[in-house]
Design a protein around this ligand. Structure first.
Ligand code: AMP
Length: 468
């Protein structure tokens, strides 16, 4: 199947050809003809499946006729985070390269109301918004939703996690009853099912898992640590310094304030690091993400909400500074690596019995045991923690350049501290679709099925026995 069979316009097909995409992904193939036929669509798909183009491409085709009126957007896309909204805007710029007259506006928190208002005034074909800011504009009387012909609700289960469902319900009641609705969610918890029943009209259901080509092997480890914050930071530094094949890494914390603390600490220790969490202002979030994407910084310390759904194609390592409270978040976090056929490593720091319980829940969900690094190495059960390097009185973070510092080079060991013996090796994981409880054991995946892994040490390439 090629793009030309989906009913897309010539302009859109030319833009798709210019991006180099040859064939539609399953969600694109299944959803686009229905969108063009003006049907409501319920897409069960997550990021990485090409779902953004599944709605952007037909929207561009449909918007070629008609024009926008002041303060009355023709289409509305709701996204849970500012970053996702910005990513969708980028897709319109990329695929809409031949649509000179198309007006796209972004209505997100953290940026000036006035600039957004001026854009709305000019007339908007595509409005991409986070729910809170959209309602603010509406309540000020600066935005009318009565002209919306098509509504996209993206990452709906994430909206649920973030408490946006009441806002979504309000917005659905503000747009015309006759609009077309495209609804995307990775999972279908009862609350989401209820919303789909209430706001979708006889939808076509399209369900896809991640295509095999975008899934590479992610090897997983646990690393023991003391509970204290400083001990955990010490453990993390040790892990980073001893990492093999490290290109870049995302480090996840459960709380925003811990993101900030860890970011400061890593900067003080000379690491090249940025932070991403919901309390940062929009320009700082965008700048952090851009720096990480362009490899200008090596590490990104992030909270789940800020990092969810972001398309960062090539991350070599994931560190869970905190074991995620919800097992699902573990799968989403480690899904940030091993993307687009590349190999990745995910290491979770385990500090204390609560963490051990949370790990047990994760192992149950993913249906396999995650090995401890020290067990693999056959060393003692306690982590070998370097002498504490937490400086007592550190210079302010701005005083340090955001790149790896002198001390880090000096301390960085050339070899990992521990190597697994030949008979054991870490468990390969994990596609989101593999992370659901299974009835039967999964076939063992050879770690090197996908992508080039010539940089990986031999122990990562050996087969593994999975728990039944
Ligand atoms: P998404 O699931 O929308 O976040 O898309 C994931 C990635 O797949 C993005 O980097 C897209 O640019 C890319 N992509 C989307 N459609 C295709 C396609 N048909 N062929 C190859 N890559 C694609």
């Amino acid at each position: 199947m090629s793009f030309s069979h989906l009913g897309l316009s010539e302009k859109v097909l030319a833009a798709v050809a210019a991006t180099g995409y040859k064939t539609p992904t399953p969600i694109q193939e299944q959803a686009i003809p229905h969108v063009l036929a003006r049907r409501d669509v319920l897409g069960i798909a997550q990021t990485g499946t090409g779902k953004t183009a599944a709605f952007v491409l037909p929207m561009l085709t449909m918007l070629e006729t008609g024009r926008a009126r002041a303060r009355m957007p023709r289409t509305l896309i709701l996204e849970p985070t500012r970053e996702l909204a910005a990513q969708v805007e980028e897709s319109f710029i990329k695929y809409g390269a031949n649509h000179n007259k198309l007006n796209v506006a972004l209505i997100i928190g953290g940026v000036s109301f006035d600039d957004q208002d001026a854009k709305l005034m000019r007339g908007v074909d595509v409005l991409i918004a986070t729910p809170g800011r959209l309602l603010d504009h509406n309540e000020r009387g600066r935005l009318l939703l009565s002209g919306v012909e098509l509504l996209v609700i993206d990452e709906a289960d994430r909206m649920l996690d973030m408490g946006f469902i009441p806002d979504i319900e309000r917005i659905c009641k503000l747009v015309p009853f006759t609009r077309q609705t495209l609804f995307f969610t990775a999972t279908m918890p009862p609350e989401i099912r209820r919303i789909t029943e209430q706001f979708l009209s006889n939808p076509v259901r399209v369900e896809v898992s991640r295509p095999a080509t975008t899934v590479a092997t992610t090897t997983q480890f646990l690393a023991r640590s003391g509970r204290d914050g400083a001990e955990k930071r010490d453990t993390l530094r040790r892990l980073i310094r001893s990492a093999e094949g490290m290109k870049n890494a995302i480090i996840f914390c459960n709380r925003k304030r811990d993101v900030a603390t860890l970011h400061r600490s890593l900067l003080r220790h000379g690491f090249s690091v940025q932070a991403l969490h919901g309390d940062m202002d929009q320009s700082a979030r965008t700048a952090a993400l851009e720096q990480f994407r362009k490899n200008e910084v090596t590490l990104l310390v992030a909270s789940d909400v800020a990092a969810r759904g972001l398309d960062i194609p090539d991350v070599s390592h994931i560190y869970n500074f905190d074991v995620p409270i919800h097992p699902d978040d573990y799968v989403h976090r480690i899904g940030r690596t091993g993307r687009a056929g590349r190999a990745g490593t995910a290491i979770t720091i385990v500090a204390g019995s609560n963490d051990a319980k949370a790990v047990a829940a994760i192992e149950k969900l993913i249906g396999q045991t995650i090995p401890f690094m020290d067990k693999i190495a056959g060393t003692s059960a306690e982590p070998q923690i370097e002498p504490r390097h937490e400086p007592r009185h550190e210079p302010r973070q701005a005083a340090r350049p955001p790149h790896r510092g002198r001390h880090e080079h000096q301390r960085r060991p050339q070899q990992p501290e521990r190597r697994p013996p030949p008979q054991q090796q870490p468990a390969p994981v994990a596609r989101i679709e593999d992370a659901r409880p299974r009835r039967a054991p999964q076939p063992v995946r050879k770690p090197m099925d996908d992508g080039d892994a010539s940089h990986l040490p031999a122990f990562l390439l050996r087969p593994v026995t999975l728990k039944a």
